[in-house]
Design a protein around this ligand. Structure first.
Ligand SMILES: *[C@@H]1O[C@H](CO)[C@@H](O)[C@H](O)[C@H]1NC(C)=O
Ligand SMILES: *[C@@H]1O[C@H](CO)[C@@H](O)[C@H](O)[C@H]1NC(C)=O
Length: 415
């Protein structure tokens, strides 16, 4: 209770607030283990990003194909989480940090369908600063679709892992506390008040925090064009920086070009070096646009997915450098390449990006499960673009510079 009161006083006293235009701060990240969610063992892929807008879909349908959801991915349920507060008095929202989408949303108290969460749901009725966005010019694109109710601007967001949320675009104060005790308050910020929500959620989190380039993302609403996060190992705390202190610098930094398309951050993966053997990808997808930037870097995805032809090249090379015999794939459901842990010695793998090489550790490339070691990479069928997930990013400080259009990697113990 005392914590709550202190917090409340901070929020109503402008002297303790950092003005958003100078916002520059660091918050704690948490990486949760797969909770006892029945969905964690089902056919879900932990790839959180929304399907494109319908108008764009028609011209770019190929790149929007769903990944092969029949592949069983047991380790699908890890997530990078961050706390923000919503409303007056502030109510905590623990959100999945997602560079692959824009919207911030949380389950609201009046939800019709909700997943279980340990935190109380946000109740718009008790926030004195809450407002629904009406269906008019203030209802931002692409949420201005629903003409059925002129009193609300509704949204519907779906992620590739099957998670979804539907509700009302709303405005309220978002408050975040920095690790150094400072608070940042963003009055009248857009977020989705979720009324029908479901999918791969483990109970700890109560929504999603989009860090994409769209105007409704947390980064855009903060006015921060740089952010960086340090991905901790499972069940530990890392951190996320916004603003100028998000700059990733010093020795050992690898900075590579980044492109932004349809709100996603893309980088170019040319191939891998496995125990000194360089293997290059032979194709960069089908369309012109997809030719170079072939990987979406995503904090909301756990594993890494490569376009299937590139995956094959990679898997064959990895196999060549492991002397043990792979286990029968049916023995370890969900994974494509597994070995018994007993006599397993992982090869050294470096990701060769356009612009720089990032040396990975074995925990970036293999996951351990039931006395087996499985490759943490998957083929993504019918798509020219892959997804670079958080297993490959563990114990890296990963920096995004939206104006400089770069992504930087720096090896660091994040916990
Ligand atoms: C987020 O907030 C919850 C509830 O107040 C708290 O238990 C948890 O430790 C917080 N997590 C982080 C990463 O700060
Ligand atoms: C792979 O591509 C790199 C960069 O384009 C090139 O320098 C190298 O010679 C290629 N290696 C092989 C084995 O094709």
């Amino acid at each position: 209770m005392s914590i709550f009161l202190t917090f409340y006083l901070f929020v109503i006293s402008p002297f303790f607030l950092i003005h958003p235009s100078s916002a520059q701060f660091t918050a704690t990240l948490y990486r949760r283990d797969s909770v006892l969610s029945p969905l964690s063992e089902t056919d879900q892929l932990a790839v959180r990003y929304p399907p494109r807008d319908r108008a764009r879909l028609s011209s770019l349908a190929r790149s929007y194909d769903r990944p092969d959801v029949r592949a069983k991915v047991a380790f699908s349920d890890y997530a990078l989480l961050m706390n923000i507060s919503l409303g007056t008095p502030p109510s905590t929202v623990t959100g999945v940090v997602d560079t692959g989408s824009n919207l911030i949303w949380t389950q609201c108290a009046n939800c019709k369908n909700c997943f279980k969460q340990s935190l109380p749901r946000f109740d718009p009725a008790i926030s004195s600063t809450y407002r629904k966005v009406p269906y008019d010019s203030t209802c931002p694109y692409p949420y201005n679709k629903d003409r059925t109710d002129p009193n609300k601007c509704s949204y519907k967001i779906q992620y590739l892992d099957g998670s979804y949320s539907e509700g009302v675009i709303s405005l309220d104060t978002i408050t975040m506390n920095s690790r150094n005790g400072e608070l940042v308050a963003l009055p009248d910020s857009y977020f989705g008040c979720g009324e029908d929500n479901g999918g791969v959620f483990g109970g700890t989190e109560s929504g999603v925090i989009g860090l994409g380039l769209g105007p409704e993302s947390l980064t855009s609403q903060l006015g921060a064009t740089k952010f960086s996060y340090c991905v901790p190992v499972i069940n530990k705390h890392g951190f996320i920086n916004f603003g100028e202190n998000a700059l990733v610098s010093g020795t050992g930094v690898v900075t590579i070009p980044m492109a932004v398309k349809w709100g996603h951050y893309y980088i170019t993966l040319e191939g891998f070096t496995i125990d000194g053997e360089r293997v290059n990808f032979t194709s960069y997808g089908n369309g012109d646009v997809e030719k170079v930037y072939n990987m979406i870097i995503d904090s909301g995805a756990h594993l890494t997915y490569l376009p299937s032809d590139n995956y094959e090249i990679f898997e064959n090379a990895v196999k060549k450098h492991i002397s043990a015999e792979p286990l029968n794939p049916s023995a370890v459901s969900g994974y494509t390449l597994c070995y018994s842990s007993l006599n397993f010695s992982p090869p050294t793998i470096t990701a060769n990006f356009d612009g720089g090489d990032v040396r990975l550790k074995s925990y970036n490339t293999f996951v351990y499960k039931d006395r087996t070691q499985c490759l943490a990479f998957f083929p993504r069928h019918n798509s020219p673009e892959g997804i670079y997930g958080t297993t490959a990013q563990t114990n890296f400080l990963v920096g995004y510079d939206q104006t400089g259009r770069t992504v930087s990697f720096k090896r660091m113990a994040c916990t």
